[in-house]
Design a protein around this ligand. Sequence first.
Ligand code: MLT
Length: 409
Amino acid sequence: MAKINPAYQRLSAGYLFPEIARRTREFQTANPDAQILRLGIGDTTEALPQAAIDGMNEAVAKQGNRDSYIGYGDSEGIAPLREAIADMYKAWGAEVNVADVFVSDGAKSDSANIQSIFSSDAVVAVQDPAYPVYVDSNVMAGRTGLKNEQGQYEGLVYMPCTAENGFFPEIPDQKVDLIYICSPNNPTGTVATRAQLEGFVNYALENKAVIIFDSAYAAFIEDESLPRSIYEIPGARKCAIEVNSFSKTAGFTGVRLGWAIVPTELEAEDAEAGVLHKMWTRRQNTYFNGASIVVQAGGLATLSDEGKKQTGELVSYYMENARIIRECLISVGLTVFGGKNAPYVWMKTPEGISSWEFFDKLLGECNVVGTPGAGFGPSGEGYFRLSAFGHRENIFEATERIKNQLKLG
Ligand code: MLT
């Protein structure tokens, strides 16, 4: 008789973004005339850069010709793309070699799957609030108990990120094995400094812990003094995995392409250099036949000089949206964080209003969808996230409605 994986039953609710979509649909059904503006999920809206389109068109044409047709590729990705990704890191001052690069269908899959190469009793530390995938994937893998009354899964180590600590956590005061860090941060929109990352790298080296560093929003960093990659920090090649993506930079949220860096030097308590790299290779060879050849060609084209110029323009467009949202929220008297060097604006909900209550209020009064901070973890309660990935005209409209229709005390 087949039995189910009992760990799935410990998941306390549905995944955050489908839940928001469900509540939004319900509101739309009840209010059919409402013109809803979506600043909830961080989903890109502008068209793909021309370089990506040209790269993919060329690859499609090659697939249509038996002499240039390619079937299965290496699960690690095509060599030119791996080389271009490694070169990008070098330009950032981060040491990444071609062999470390594993191309994938996105940072979401990698950040969910990477835990599978670690022991099932690994103690996992997460920033709180955090992108829900880090927590949910570890719940599904059986590393936690049930969610307690504080909204925390038993067995996980929550590292609170609040206004008081500038939304970057203290170094754990206990021994943990896996540490998830996202910078620029989703959802708080804050960016870790070099000194803050050094603290975690030193902790990881001393404790033989591994950092899983999500840098999906690195391209949004405008301040040159802020690190774009954990590998800008000495020692990180021994203790950190990094995931990143073409989704937000090149508008590939629907096209799908990302990568993981698993350095050949990476170590763990019971694994010398090379072991984890081999394990991830083995895992990917078994579960994955590589990202689409066509999509990889598109991603590669965005890393050409012309492609970088075009993706830079896209990033600037969304960052201007972030500035407009920030200024609007400040102008109506709200307390605002993030939105600089990151495409998410994180605000404090008005006194006495929970983050889900604010979701209903913003939707009801302004027909604008955002994301309640509590959806990202218990320390997100009392906060709310707005995404800057919309069309400019919708950002203008949403901010006008917030200025004119949102009833604030
Ligand atoms: C978010 O809104 O947090 C992200 O866009 C979701 C994702 O990238 O999967």
